[in-house]
Design a protein around this ligand. Structure first.
Ligand code: NI
Ligand code: MN
Length: 238
């Protein structure tokens, strides 16, 4: 499995069976993303909430590639109105597509569709737990503040191997809250996201990394540069 950070909260995951997943594909207006949107394709696109920095270029990419879009019910209705087929779901539910399981979980944030003339309610914000063909579980927290489900549901029930956690502050958790969330989720590896895209969310990921070292030293913090790919080597459980 390969993970590429496209900057902000946008990630590309390529599974071992070569299924391509894009999460929150904010590409063309993303100052951290240097890849033209035409170069991206996806079998499946996950949209955590309606804000433009997450919805991004989902429509264009899906249109061109026939990607399956997984998002909340309200955003799926909006997409249907735009003539783009989307697969709606809601908090707590799962969808299996191309052998991969996508579970929609909660996030504490908002979700208006904020890039149209008249702002439209976009349902509730979400996070995604993605279970790959080999059982590896990746949790993308979306935009969120701290809330106890990160421990009680994500950490204790779903037990992800890898977590992507926002640390930019102002609109989401900051570095300390992100580290607390990491302690609660207790993944093998954490990747910080949603920082340094704009001046308003400038953060030093080393500060996050130090907090994680203090709170949960066994978690590996993987700080990626935008456009950087990694093939995570996860420690096997005994
Ligand atoms: Ni947002
Ligand atoms: Mn955001």
């Amino acid at each position: 499995m390969e993970i590429r950070w496209l900057g902000h909260s946008a990630f590309e995951i390529i599974s071992n069976e070569n299924v391509k997943i894009l999460i929150d594909p904010f590409i063309s207006n993303n100052p951290s993303c240097s890849i033209p949107v035409e170069e991206l394709d996806a079998d499946i696109i996950c949209i955590t909430h309606g804000h433009s920095d997450h919805f991004g270029d989902a429509m264009e990419i899906a249109n061109k590639n026939g990607s399956l879009i997984l998002t909340n019910h309200e955003i799926s209705l909006f997409l249907d109105e735009q003539g783009i087929e989307a697969s709606g779901m809601n908090i707590g539910g799962s969808v299996v597509a191309k052998g991969i399981k996508f579970t929609m979980l909660d996030a504490k944030h908002s979700s208006s569709i904020d890039f149209v003339d008249e702002i439209i309610p976009g349902g509730d914000p979400a996070s995604f737990l993605i279970t790959l063909e080999d059982g590896t579980k990746i949790f993308h927290a979306g935009d969120t503040g701290l809330f106890s489900d990160l421990e009680n549901i994500v950490g204790k029930i779903y037990k992800p191997d890898i977590a992507m956690v926002p640390i930019g502050d102002r609109f989401t958790m900051g570095t300390f809250e992100g580290a607390l969330a990491t302690m609660w989720i207790n993944p093998k590896m954490v990747i910080p996201m949603h920082y340094n895209t704009f001046p308003a969310i400038a953060q030093d990921p080393a500060v996050f990394s130090n907090f994680v070292k203090q709170l949960r030293p066994e978690v590996e913090v993987l700080i990626l540069n935008p456009m950087e790919s990694c093939v995570p080597q996860l420690k096997k459980e005994d």
